[in-house]
Design a binder for this molecule. Structure first.
Ligand SMILES: [Ca+2]
Ligand SMILES: [Ca+2]
Length: 70
C-alpha cells in the first residue's frame, strides 16, 4: 500500500507581522477501497528568539477513504 499523501519537510519563516502560513500537502488519489489514513503535521521551532511560541506544535490530519467496496 502506498501512502495517500506525499510527505514533505520545509522551513517556514514567519516575519514579525505574520501569525499563520499555509502549507499544501499533496493527496495521492486512488480508487482502492482501504482504511482512512492519518498523518501528523509537526512544527519544530528552530529560531533562537525565545519569545516565540509554537502552539499547537502538531496537528493530525485524517484522509477519509472515498472508495466503495469492490
Ligand atoms: Ca490510498
Ligand atoms: Ca482509497
Amino acid at each position: 500500500m502506498s501512502p495517500d499523501f506525499t510527505a514533505l519537510a520545509m522551513d517556514l519563516t514567519f516575519s514579525a507581522s505574520v501569525s499563520s502560513i499555509s502549507v499544501d500537502v499533496s493527496i495521492n488519489n486512488d480508487t482502492i477501497d482501504e482504511l482512512d489514513e492519518l498523518f501528523r503535521a509537526v512544527l519544530a521551532l528552530v529560531s533562537d528568539v525565545d519569545r516565540v511560541e509554537v502552539a499547537p506544535a502538531s496537528a493530525d490530519i485524517l484522509i477519509i477513504d472515498d472508495d466503495g467496496e469492490p
